[in-house]
Design a protein around this ligand. Structure first.
Ligand code: DGL
Length: 261
């Protein structure tokens, strides 16, 4: 693995929920974050389109000299990561998948909820996880309709957003779910409202910590960590306009206080 920054991309702001954990766990690493912004949300778009956007993001991050790329988007991981790995053989990729396994292993009620986009829930990664664990636990799937848009508009605390969350989360809880998996990187921005709507005794699970541990171990294996004491740079790119990049920066600063557990 060469030297350089870690690259990370998403359809928009969502991957910042991974970016902030990366920053915390790997404080000497420079990170280039690309939030598409021009084609967000990806979740209901055709797979071929999302694959093309992911490829464009990777090209852009490689132009920036990135040494490893985090596909901080469950939707793009579902449709594009195999393609990206085959096309860019020398580039290490880390993707995001709904954390079905830890939820299925830890549930006491035998029921788990999985929140994700339509495209992630119909992807091979999720289908495989469902086939593996669906015989041991009941998996209730739900598309977070309007969640991505609410996060992109900074509307996490509006009553209307809570109504959207209630519509999909309450049926999971009423069916007995004691774990709810956040299968989209935008959803951790709604963690407080999801937890409030779900009520006590329901654990909210997201994959950011596990993904960042994977990044750290890949860097260690390749002896490619930034030197101790290195002052990191945090750059932000987008396929949208400069105003979007400014909003991305502001969201990044704001998410440093976001809860991860
Ligand atoms: N944040 C992304 C994900 O993890 C994409 C959401 C979207 O653009 O629909 O799936």
């Amino acid at each position: 693995m060469k030297q350089g920054a870690i690259g990370i991309f998403d359809s928009g702001f969502g991957g910042l929920s991974v970016w902030r954990v990366l920053r915390e766990q790997l404080p000497c690493e420079s990170i280039v974050y690309l939030g598409d912004g021009a084609r967000c949300p990806y979740g209901s778009r055709p797979a071929d389109d999302v694959r093309r956007y992911a490829e464009e993001a990777v090209e852009r991050l490689l132009d920036e000299g990135c040494k490893l790329i985090v596909v901080a988007c469950n939707t793009a991981t579902a449709v594009a990561i195999s393609y990206l790995r085959a096309k860019y053989k020398d580039v290490p990729f880390v993707g995001l998948e709904p954390a079905v396994k830890p939820a299925a292993l830890a549930t006491r009620s035998g029921v788990i909820g999985v929140l994700a986009t339509e495209r992630s829930l119909s992807g091979d990664h999720f289908r495989r996880a469902e086939a593996t664990y669906g015989s041991q636990v009941r998996i209730i799937k739900g598309v977070g309709e309007g969640f991505v848009e609410a996060v992109e508009r900074n509307e996490e605390s509006l009553p209307e957003t809570e109504r959207l969350v209630r519509r999909v989360v309450r049926p999971m809880v009423e069916a007995g779910a004691d774990k709810i998996v956040l299968g989209c990187t935008h959803y951790p921005f709604l963690r407080d409202v999801i937890a409030r709507v779900a009520g006590e005794g329901v654990e909210i699970i997201d994959s950011s910590q596990a993904v960042c541990r994977r990044v750290a171990s890949l860097l260690d294996e390749a002896d490619a960590r930034a030197a101790e004491g290195e002052v990191p740079r945090y750059d932000f790119l987008s396929f949208a306009d400069e105003e979007y990049v400014e909003r991305l920066r502001a969201k990044a600063l704001g998410c440093l206080t976001l809860k991860t557990k």
